[in-house]
Design a protein around this ligand. Structure first.
Ligand code: GTP
Ligand code: MG
Length: 200
């Protein structure tokens, strides 16, 4: 799929205030600093459509981007960011969970997982929560350029094996680098196909 137009649409903190639309929507979620905003920029071929930062906790709202005037990407705050107060954290978690549960036009959630780490409890719990709520999702391993192929492959295998303790079947997954633009075409092809299935 060629992205010829990607524009910021709106930001807010409440699913009830998100744009009223039936256009397909894809959300990007994962631990703080995992690379959500960077991946969105790589997918849309923009340098700074979504705001990125080396300091965790940069994205704090539900940010809608309209792509090719036909579908939406949402950039969400990261979960598990330790350096904010309990109240703020609970507020973000509530905002994210309400959005994921209630957003009618949300077709897939891309859960980003840092390929440099062994399976993290918080990611596994989040993925299992999506399963409980029957929210369709894919897993995206990020920052593959930061370590060698072999080490990344081992971490990804560990993740898959950990998930298989809870799941009979694993969701679709992508291996990516926003930096080196790896895995971008695969995600765009997946979205294109999903758009066709839902909005032929
Ligand atoms: P929050 O909004 O704070 O939750 O973070 P985020 O998940 O949106 O992460 P963001 O895209 O802001 O990236 C965090 C840091 O990781 C930045 O310093 C990025 O440059 C870096 N980063 C993201 N993706 C990649 C990647 O594929 N490779 C490398 N080497 N660095 C990356
Ligand atoms: Mg972000």
């Amino acid at each position: 799929m060629i992205i010829h137009k990607a524009e910021f649409f709106v930001s807010n903190s409440d699913v009830a205030l998100c744009p009223v639309t039936t256009l397909p929507e894809y959300a990007f979620i994962g631990r703080s600093n995992v690379g959500k905003s960077s991946l969105i920029n790589a997918l849309t071929n923009h340098k700074s459509l979504a705001k990125t930062s080396s300091t965790p906790g940069k994205t704090q709202l539900i940010n809608h981007f309209l792509i090719n005037e036909k579908w939406f990407i949402t950039d969400l705050p990261g979960y598990g960011y330790a350096k904010v107060s309990k109240g703020v954290k609970a507020g973000w978690e509530n905002m994210i969970s309400q959005y994921l549960i209630k957003r009618q036009n949300l077709l897939y959630t891309f859960v980003l997982v840092d390929s440099r780490h062994s399976p993290q409890k918080i990611d596994i719990e989040f993925i299992n929560w999506l399963g409980e709520k029957q929210i369709p999702f894919c897993i995206v391993f990020t920052k593959i350029d930061k370590l060698g192929r072999a080490a990344a492959t081992k971490n990804i295998e560990d993740y898959r094996n950990t998930l298989l303790q809870y799941w009979e079947e694993l969701p679709f997954n992508f291996v990516t680098s926003a930096e080196k633009k790896e895995g971008i075409k695969e995600i765009l092809d997946f979205i294109e196909n999903s758009n066709l299935v839902h909005h032929p």
